[in-house]
Design a protein around this ligand. Structure first.
Ligand SMILES: Cc1ncc(COP(=O)(O)O)c(C=O)c1O
Length: 448
């Protein structure tokens, strides 16, 4: 990997033993109170190192390919690249981002189910050969733009418990795999493996059993056609919980041993996204406006208060057109915490939280209990690392939150023990003593 953090325009605060994430948040809030109360993230990059150790302990030898779309901020990509992880890119910009870090084409797969021809040509030009495919139209397009491509057939999974329709929309049937193989033969393109993805909302781990068995059928089918298959991609869907990782491993391991034993030469890979980044990022937002039920009609979905208790509507400076974009398609995987101290016996009121766009879709929390808050107070959301971080949004003059990266000394030690801490890397860390004084904002932050 070339130039780890060498030309990066951000730094990582290395925390003294006594300093915590809460101290960093307090300190940033203190600074922002004087400089405009912009929303900000604190990204604990040490968590990525820990997650990787956990992955190696539980899932090795399955190699992770991190989906860049989950969080493409430079600190995340550089740490993951240094840890030797591969990358799953869904477009040219993502390919460019990871190539700029010096990641080699063998460690990049192109996974969008709907690829633009010009971007397939870009992949061809830069030696990115492995890409997913789930239809004959896509296959023909790839054959025309990248004759040396190596395809992973993306098969659909049958998760009847999933809330989302992702698996319905993308991925093909076993029957269609035969047709795709015929097309591949006709167009002279290689098929080298199978991909499936099971959403983290899947409650039934049996879905993995069906998916791996289906994958085996496709491998057998491929043999008939004379394709040499050597990759099985089991997708993402790992929540970040060690328990879930162990449960999935418990289900898939015996099957992999039977259907894809080591001697078969099949490399099993995965695309854990949320797993790595979700818990690493905490978002702090500021309340910019407040209404009580007597000021306005309640938005739909907000229940009328019991008796004559007030109901509060708070508007914060980040919303679904920014950091809470995932709220448009899924449930929010976090609850707001009030930053300021309040008494244990302080009354709690029915409240709803809205983003700054004044758009009816921009509701972040429909209904929660909070003490009465004021304009200027801060709310903290944990587990915000996966979603729009790193993407551009131009909606409604949205000001992107700043990002403050940090790492604890013990995680730093772990990186050194793993032999991945270089002098170049060290230059980008700066020491944060337990009595925190971060100094100038520029030293520490980067816009998302
Ligand atoms: C369709 C799809 N969505 C999402 C992901 C990432 O999933 P997660 O962030 O849940 O690991 C993947 C990775 O394979 C995917 O294929």
């Amino acid at each position: 990997m070339k130039g780890f953090l060498e030309d990066a325009n951000y730094s990582i605060g290395l925390l003294d033993e006594g300093a915590t994430l809460a101290d960093i948040i307090d300190n940033c809030i203190y600074e922002h109170t004087h400089t405009g109360k912009r929303a900000f993230y604190v990204g604990d990059l040490g968590k990525l190192v820990k997650k990787n150790t956990q992955w190696q302990n539980v899932m090795a030898p399955i190699k992770p390919f991190y989906p860049v779309k989950c969080n493409s901020t430079p600190g995340v990509l550089e740490i993951l690249g240094t840890l030797g992880i591969g990358f799953a890119c869904s477009n040219k910009s993502e390919m460019v981002l990871v190539q700029d870090l010096g990641i080699s084409p063998e460690n990049i797969i192109y996974t969008s189910p709907c690829k633009q021809a010009s971007q397939i040509k870009y992949a061809a030009k830069t030696g990115i050969n492995i890409m997913t495919c789930d239809s004959d139209i896509e296959l023909k397009k790839i054959a025309r733009s990248h004759p040396n491509a190596k395809l992973l057939l993306h098969i659909a999974t049958e998760d009847i418990t999933a809330d989302e329709e992702m698996n319905m929309k993308f991925g093909t049937t076993l029957k269609n795999c035969r047709h795709l193989m015929e097309c591949a033969k006709e167009f002279g393109i290689q098929i080298v493996g199978v991909k499936f993805h099971i959403s983290s909302t899947c409650k039934d781990l049996q879905t993995y059993i069906h998916a791996i068995s289906d994958a085996r059928c496709v491998f057998d089918m491929a043999e008939e056609f004379g394709f040499k298959m050597n990759i099985l991609d089991i997708g993402g869907g790992f929540t970040g919980s060690e328990l879930q990782l162990e449960e999935v491993n418990h289900v898939i391991r015996p099957l992999l041993d039977v259907y894809f034993p080591k001697e078969s030469g099949v490399n099993v890979i995965a695309e854990p996204g949320c797993y790595y980044v979700s818990s690493a990022f905490t978002l702090a937002v500021n309340i910019i406006a407040k209404k009580t039920e007597c000021d306005k009609l309640l938005p739909s979905g907000v229940e009328q208060a019991r008796d004559d208790e007030p109901v509060f509507t708070y508007y914060i400076n980040d919303g679904v057109y920014g950091s809470f974009a995932s709220k448009l398609s899924e449930k929010l995987n976090t609850t707001p915490e009030v930053h300021k101290k309040y008494k244990e016996d302080e009354p709690l009121f029915t409240s709803s939280l809205w983003g700054p766009s004044c758009d009816e879709l921009d509701q972040i929390v429909e209904n929660c209990l909070l003490p009465e808050l004021s304009v200027g107070d801060w709310l903290i959301f944990a587990n915000m690392g996966s979603g729009t971080l790193g993407e551009q949004s131009t909606f409604n003059d949205y000001q992107r939150p700043l990002i403050y990266y940090m790492m604890s000394f013990s995680d730093w030690d772990e990186m050194q023990d793993a032999g991945i801490a270089s002098d170049t890397l060290m230059k980008n860390f700066f020491f944060v003593p337990s009595c925190i004084q971060l100094g100038s904002e520029d030293r520490f932050s980067t816009a998302a």
